[in-house]
Design a protein around this ligand. Structure first.
Ligand code: BMA
Length: 329
């Protein structure tokens, strides 16, 4: 008899999950989730965590660790609280940061959700040290979220992935800017599927893109609406290196989704929501930090090589103009 076939396991959950919860916080916090991540020049892993208080409003707080797993040193007060007096768009908090190191600026760019009275908007801030921040304000008006900058200019322009929301569906777009202030050249990059698909109706960028020799690897979340609420799962796509608004391949199946008890149950159950990753010293191991059930922070590891191979085997080029359809082998 043939051995049973199982789905590939592309991400391994850390045994210590959840790695950070509100109980670890040095000041009152309701939940800690959806953190941006980066590795600082001295090798320290920095997580910029979304912390929700008992008003329901969020701010960002930095946690630093030598190994990216434990021994977290958490800022004693909010690192990046909303500033509604100077930035009214932050009146209901700041959420879901994505961090990109911008070589040209010598600074980290943080794309985050500013929760305004008109809805969620995409805002940008720059920092060198995660202690002092320079706000750029709103760059994409409501309703829009799930944004991250690419680490370098594309054809002379900064490039931002983001997810505007429309009645017709929520799809991933790319916009360009010469100065991080004026945005244009908007292009649709990845469309939510329809019907029974796991990523029907709503998709959004998860962590910032991962640059590989084959293209920009994108982990995106797909949201399936069910009778008992939404299911947030992760899928893979590959964008063209030189023209990142062109999707080369897209996985048919999700590759990671809520299974563990801390992902299944919480303030918003059935949510696995990564906003950041770091890459190991081998240049291949992905440390993916994700919010679990909008309640805690968890870690899963994967291999960029394996993700690319999987995408080659399970991806399709449907909807991609023929000349751009590539095999990764
Ligand atoms: C999305 C975002 C995330 C959140 C998720 C599940 O729309 O707002 O912050 O984790 O919903 O609630």
């Amino acid at each position: 008899m043939n051995a049973p076939q199982h789905y590939d396991i592309l991400f391994e959950r850390h045994l210590d999950n959840p790695i950070l919860t509100a109980a670890d916080w040095p000041y009152p916090a309701h939940t800690v989730f959806n953190a941006g991540a980066t590795r600082l020049a001295d090798g320290t892993t920095l997580l910029l965590c979304r912390v929700e208080d008992r008003r329901g409003h969020s701010h960002l707080c930095a946690a630093r660790s030598a190994n990216g797993v434990d021994g977290w040193v958490i800022d004693p007060t909010p690192t990046f609280p909303p500033d509604p007096e100077r930035h009214p768009e932050e009146v209901w908090g700041v959420e879901d940061p994505r961090i990109t190191y911008m070589e040209e600026l010598g600074k980290y760019a943080i794309a985050y959700t500013a929760y305004s009275r008109s809805g969620p908007a995409v805002a940008l801030a720059l920092t060198e040290d995660f202690r002092h921040f320079e706000r750029c304000g709103v760059v994409m008006q409501p309703d829009d979220k799930d944004a991250a900058l690419l680490p370098r200019r594309i054809d002379g322009n900064f490039a931002l992935l983001h997810r505007p929301m429309h009645d017709s569906g929520c799809h991933i777009w790319m916009s360009y800017s010469p100065d991080l202030k004026n945005w244009g050249g908007h292009k649709l990059v990845l469309q939510a599927r329809r019907g029974a698909w796991w990523d029907a109706n709503k998709v959004g960028l998860s962590p910032p893109l991962i640059e590989t020799p084959h293209g920009w690897l994108m982990l995106y979340h797909g949201v399936r609406h069910t009778a008992s609420g939404s299911l947030y799962r992760l899928g893979l796509a590959l964008l063209d290196l030189a023209r990142p608004d062109h999707c080369l391949r897209r996985g048919d199946m999700w590759v990671f989704g809520p299974e563990a008890p801390y992902e299944r149950a919480g303030d918003v159950g059935n949510v696995a929501f990564p906003c950041g990753y770091t890459i190991g010293a081998d240049g291949d191991t992905l440390f993916l930090y994700y919010g679990a059930a909008d309640t805690s922070l968890a870690l899963a590891t994967g291999s960029i090589k394996h993700l690319l191979r999987w995408l080659d085997e399970h991806g399709s080029t449907v909807g991609v103009p023929e000349p751009l359809a590539v095999r990764l082998a």
